[in-house]
Design a binder for this molecule. Structure first.
Ligand code: GBH
Length: 488
């Protein structure tokens, strides 16, 4: 089998070269590929499956003081010495605010048909509430127009962790007012953009921004709250999601689809035997109790409330109805299992099997390599909550990512990760699990939160000194899969 990529396709000099490669990207099976083999057919994803990449505003945009953007908690946090590795910050990041046209071209070069990005709340409402800032919205208008002109479906996320600082100053997620302010902002954006964006995500990863922002303090705003206040923050995040679903539905065009993008705890049966599979389903409900379980089931589990005791969240009358407002789809970010699970006769009916100390990881110590998470994640969500439409809203990895002498990153480690994870995803779709699309984290290297710029998750390598983007070898792999809609 001849190599499919050439130096020219890979060795892009900025945006246009990969764009040129796009023209020669395969658009389907080619003669001699064995596409007629059953083996090949069985590796296909469903017709219409969406292939995208994902990013977040603070991680790529830069331009933090431009066109009236107000500060967010991430500006404050990154400018507090000692919070971020190397004291990096997102002031410039990937300069995407100025380079979005090139970046959309690069997506096209990946044969992507969808793009998940986030909207910066403090560009739209610099103070979190009050008068909207039209120049902030205009950026997203331009981005949407560009995406549509390129045949790429926009999937905006309304909150990827960059709370307006003005709201933090008034209590942030510790107050209900923030949940209400979020719904107002979400409804406004949906009113303005739903003529072109059909899909909206409310919050990205409640479980991460709450636990790491308010319990361990690793992410902004860097707090370590006691249990009672922490549970109230968790509750307000859920409420924000639910009120936003209602506001978006009320103010958007008919046909708008709304969902969440949650970093669920993926429970993987330690052995694929019926008793362990059942235990993993039980564990899925239990281990996600403060977040997605409450959203999907409209109540907190007894076990969660009992464990919280006097620190349980204070829940107002209509809150649980709002929180469980039906969503049109469930988005899950899948990197590693939350837990390997085995069956147990003792309550609660399962045990979590600990990871061995030297379990293999990618280039982030937390990123354990467990491809089957991309099978069990969506499969559990479909089975446990009967979800009819599921998106993989993030999956990807940090790899070694050192350019070779010719400037190319030969990231066979990322290709290994991708091939194995996508094989498990394909297993899920071929068994009828209703996954409608896959968004790779990330389009390009970017500001990796507390890890700064040293940890790279992109399909495109970013040279931060020049802002040049260069396709990694994994970009070619991704493009082949996306263009053919099957594993290669
Ligand atoms: C996603 O979170 C984020 O949505 C995205 O913005 C981010 O860039 C991407 O992952 C890659 O990290 O070091 O012990 O504090 C994924 C879930 C949960 C993974 C928190 C990292 C940090 C654990 N994240 N975890 S620790």
């Amino acid at each position: 089998m001849p190599m499919r990529f050439t130096r020219r396709q890979l060795g892009t000099v900025g945006a246009s070269a990969l764009g040129a490669a796009a023209a020669s990207a395969p658009s389907g099976p080619r003669p001699g590929d064995g596409a007629d083999d059953e083996r090949e057919v069985s590796r296909a994803f469903p017709a219409g499956f969406l292939w995208g990449t994902a990013t977040a505003a603070y991680q790529i945009e830069g331009a933090v003081s431009e066109d009236g953007r107000g500060p967010s908690i991430w500006d404050t946090f990154t400018h507090t010495p000692g919070k971020i590795r190397n004291n990096d910050n997102g002031d410039v990041a990937d300069d995407h605010y100025h380079r979005y046209r090139d970046d959309v071209r690069l997506m096209k070069g990946l044969a992507a048909t969808a793009y998940r990005f986030s909207i910066s709340w403090s560009r739209i409402f610099p103070q979190g509430t009050g008068a909207p800032n039209p120049k902030g919205l205009d950026f997203y208008n331009r981005l949407l127009d560009n995406l549509l002109a390129s045949g790429i479906a926009p999937f905006p996320t309304l909150y990827h962790w960059d709370l307006p600082q003005a709201l933090q100053d008034r209590g942030g997620w510790e107050t209900r007012d923030t949940a209400k302010a979020f719904a107002d902002y979400a409804g406004y954006v949906a009113e303005k953009l739903s003529d072109r964006a059909r899909y909206f995500f409310t919050l990205n990863e409640c479980a991460t921004f709450v636990e790491l922002g308010y319990r361990t303090g690793v992410l902004a705003p860097g707090l370590k709250l006691p249990p009672g206040r922490l549970n109230q923050v968790r509750h307000h995040a859920l409420l924000a999601h639910g009120l936003a679903v209602q506001a978006i539905r009320a103010r958007s065009r008919a046909g708008t689809q709304i969902g969440l993008a949650e970093n669920i705890s993926v429970c993987v049966p330690v052995i694929e035997a019926p008793e362990h599979i059942a235990a993993a389903e039980l564990a899925t409900r239990e281990l996600n109790a403060p977040y997605v379980t409450a959203i999907m089931e409209g109540r907190y589990r007894e076990s969660f409330l009992a464990a919280a005791g006097a620190d349980a969240p204070k829940v107002a009358a209509e809150d649980m109805n709002a929180i469980s407002t039906p969503v049109d789809f469930v988005g899950i970010n899948v990197y590693l299992p939350g837990s390997y699970v085995s069956a147990s006769d003792a309550a609660p009916g399962f045990v979590s099997v600990p990871f061995p100390a030297k379990y293999p990881t990618m280039n982030s110590s937390w990123l354990k390599i467990a491809p089957e998470a991309l099978y069990w994640g969506p499969r559990n969500v479909a089975k446990v909550w009967n979800a009819s439409d599921i998106y993989i809203t993030e999956n990807g990895c940090s790899a070694t990512d050192v350019p070779a002498d010719d400037g190319i990153v030969y990231d066979t480690d990322r290709i290994m990760f991708l091939r194995n994870y996508l094989t498990q995803l394909q297993r899920a779709t071929s068994e009828g699990v209703p996954v409608r699309g896959y968004f790779h984290w990330s389009l390009m290297d970017n500001f990796e939160w507390a890890e700064g710029f040293g940890t790279r998750f992109g399909l495109l390598y970013v040279d931060y000194a020049t802002q040049q983007r260069t396709a990694k070898l994994s970009a070619s792999f991704y493009r082949e899969v996306a263009a053919r809609n099957r594993l290669v």
